[in-house]
Design a protein around this ligand. Structure first.
Ligand SMILES: Cc1cc2nc3c(=O)[nH]c(=O)nc-3n(C[C@H](O)[C@H](O)[C@H](O)COP(=O)(O)OP(=O)(O)OC[C@H]3O[C@@H](n4cnc5c(N)ncnc54)[C@H](O)[C@@H]3O)c2cc1C
Length: 416
C-alpha cells in the first residue's frame, strides 16, 4: 500500500449494477458526459459556464428530474459522473457551496414550488449564489426544534426577529435556509415554518465567530425586522420541521457520505505523513493499518448506501456515514500529529484571523490545522451522541429517549 498507488481502478464502479442502475442508464450518462466534455472543454470554459452546461445536460445531480439539473436516474450513477469529471479536470463548486449542493438543492427539490426550483437551483449549482443554513441558535442546537427566532405574518410578507449561531459561510452566502417559529402556542415541532432568506437584505447582520483553527468559517447571524416575501416560504406554514428533516437527512450524507477514490482524502494524508516521518513503532504501524481498513470499509459502505438509495431523501443510513466519518477523521489526524512528534505541536501559521470561502469538513490544509478542525466533525451536522440516538431508535429499534416537552405548547416549555 502506498500513496502513489493508482486509485483510478477503484474510483470507477465495476458495473452499472454496483450503482443500482441498468446498463442502458449507465450508457445514457456516459453519452451525456462525452457530449458535455466535447462541447465545453473544461480547460477552455469558464467555471460558471461549464457548470451551467453540466446542469442543463442533467449531470448536476443525475437523480433530479430533467430540467432540474438531473436525468431522473439512480443516485448511484452520480459516482460515475463525479469520477469521470474529476478525471477530465472539470471545475466544481461543491466545496465553496457545500450547503447549497448538499442541503439546499435537495430541500428545494423536495419542498419548493416550480417557481422556486426554477429560480434557485441553477445559480446554486453554478456557484453564482452561495447558501448557508440558519438552524442552530444559542438555546437550540441538538434540540433544534426548540428554536426561538420568530416570524410573524404581515400581509404578503413575514417579519423575522432573532439570532442564529454557528452559521457556516453566512459571510459568503446570498441565500439562507431559515427555520423560524410561526406559532408558539402549539408543540415545538408543529409551530415551525421554513423560509429562504436573502442574506443581503436589510436587517440581516453577520458577525464572524473564530474557531480553534484561528479561522472563522462560521458566524452569528442577527435578524432585526427582516422582511421575507411569502413567496420565499418553502412548503406550508407549520410544515417547517418536515422540511428541516429533509435538510438534516441530506446534511448527514453531505458531510460523511462521500465516495472518494480508494486511499485518497484523509487516509492519504496519514500515509503521506507516515512516509515523511520515519522511524515508526509497530504499534503506530498497526494504528495506520487499522485506520486504512476502516476508511476503506466506510467508503464501500457509502458506495453501497448510495447504490441502494432510490431518488429522494436519504434514510437513517446517513447517520452511519456521518458518525463514522467524524470519528474516523478525528482518529486519523490524531495519528498524524502523533507521527510528527514535536513538529505536531507547532501551528503552521501565525494564527491570524481568516474568513475562508469554503468549509473544510476534512482535509484541505496543513495536517496540524486539520487536526484542530477535525474536533468539530463530531459536533457539526449533529453531534455523534445524537447520531447514536438516531441509529439506536430508527435502525436498531431501541426505545426512544423520554421527551417531556413533546406535547406541550412551545410557549409553556421552561427555558433558561
Ligand atoms: C464547525 C461547525 C459548523 C456548524 N455549522 C452550522 C451551520 O451552518 N448551521 C447551523 O444551523 N448549525 C451549524 N453548526 C451547529 C451544530 O449543528 C450544533 O453545534 C450541534 O447541533 C450541537 O448543538 P449545540 O452546539 O447547541 O450543543 P448541545 O445541543 O447543547 O449539546 C451539548 C452536548 O450535549 C450532548 N447532547 C445534547 N442532547 C443530547 C441527547 N439528547 N442525548 C445525548 N447527548 C446529547 C451533545 O451531544 C453535546 O455533546 C455548526 C457547528 C460546528 C461545530
Amino acid at each position: 500500500m502506498s500513496a502513489a498507488d493508482d486509485p483510478a481502478p477503484f474510483d470507477r464502479p465495476t458495473s452499472p449494477a454496483d450503482q443500482g442502475a441498468s446498463s442502458a442508464d449507465d450508457a445514457l450518462v456516459r453519452k451525456a458526459l462525452a457530449t458535455l466534455l466535447r462541447d465545453h472543454p473544461p480547460g477552455e470554459t469558464p467555471t460558471a459556464a461549464f457548470l451551467g452546461a453540466r446542469f442543463d445536460a442533467g449531470l448536476a445531480w443525475v437523480s433530479f428530474p430533467p430540467g432540474r439539473g438531473g436525468m431522473g436516474l439512480s443516485p448511484g450513477l452520480q459516482t460515475v459522473v463525479e469520477a469521470e469529471l474529476r478525471r477530465a479536470g472539470a471545475p466544481n463548486e461543491a466545496d465553496r457551496n457545500v450547503i447549497g449542493y448538499g442541503m439546499a438543492a435537495p430541500t428545494i427539490l423536495a419542498h419548493g414550488t416550480e417557481a422556486q426550483q426554477d429560480r434557485f437551483l441553477r445559480p446554486l449549482f453554478t456557484g453564482e449564489e452561495i447558501w448557508c443554513q440558519l438552524f442552530s441558535e444559542p438555546g437550540a442546537g441538538s434540540d433544534v426544534a426548540g428554536l426561538s427566532t420568530r416570524a410573524v405574518r404581515d400581509g404578503d410578507e413575514w417579519v423575522v426577529n432573532g439570532q442564529k449561531v454557528w452559521t457556516t459561510l453566512a459571510h459568503t452566502a446570498r441565500w439562507g435556509l431559515l427555520v423560524a417559529r410561526t406559532d408558539p402556542d402549539v408543540p415545538k415541532h408543529r409551530g415551525l415554518t421554513y423560509f429562504v432568506v436573502d442574506m443581503h437584505g436589510p436587517g440581516v447582520e453577520v458577525r464572524p465567530l473564530r474557531q480553534i483553527t484561528g479561522e472563522a468559517e462560521f458566524n452569528e447571524v442577527f435578524f432585526s425586522d427582516v422582511r421575507i416575501p411569502d413567496t420565499d416560504r418553502l412548503d406550508a406554514v407549520g410544515a417547517g420541521w418536515r422540511v428541516a428533516t429533509t435538510t438534516l437527512m441530506n446534511e448527514r450524507v453531505a458531510i460523511g457520505g462521500g465516495v472518494p477514490a480508494r486511499s485518497s482524502g484523509v487516509i492519504q494524508e496519514a500515509m503521506r505523513v507516515w512516509g515523511e516521518t520515519p522511524p515508526h513503532t509497530d504499534a503506530q504501524r498497526e494504528r495506520l493499518m487499522r485506520l486504512w481498513v476502516e476508511a476503506e470499509v466506510a467508503r464501500l459502505t457509502n458506495m453501497r448506501a448510495r447504490a441502494m438509495r432510490r431518488a429522494g431523501t436519504p434514510g437513517p443510513e446517513g447517520s452511519v456515514a456521518k458518525l463514522k466519518g467524524a470519528e474516523l477523521n478525528k482518529r486519523v489526524y490524531e495519528l498524524c500529529v502523533d507521527l510528527m512528534g514535536m513538529q505536531g505541536t507547532l501551528f503552521p501559521t501565525h494564527y491570524e484571523m481568516r474568513r475562508p470561502d469554503r468549509a473544510s469538513f476534512s482535509g484541505g490544509a496543513d495536517v496540524r490545522h486539520n487536526f484542530l478542525r477535525s474536533r468539530a466533525n463530531s459536533i457539526e451536522g449533529g453531534t455523534s451522541e445524537i447520531m447514536r440516538n438516531i441509529l439506536g431508535e430508527r435502525v436498531l429499534g431501541l426505545p426512544g429517549e423520554p421527551r417531556a416537552d413533546k406535547d406541550l405548547p412551545w410557549s409553556q416549555v421552561p427555558r433558561s
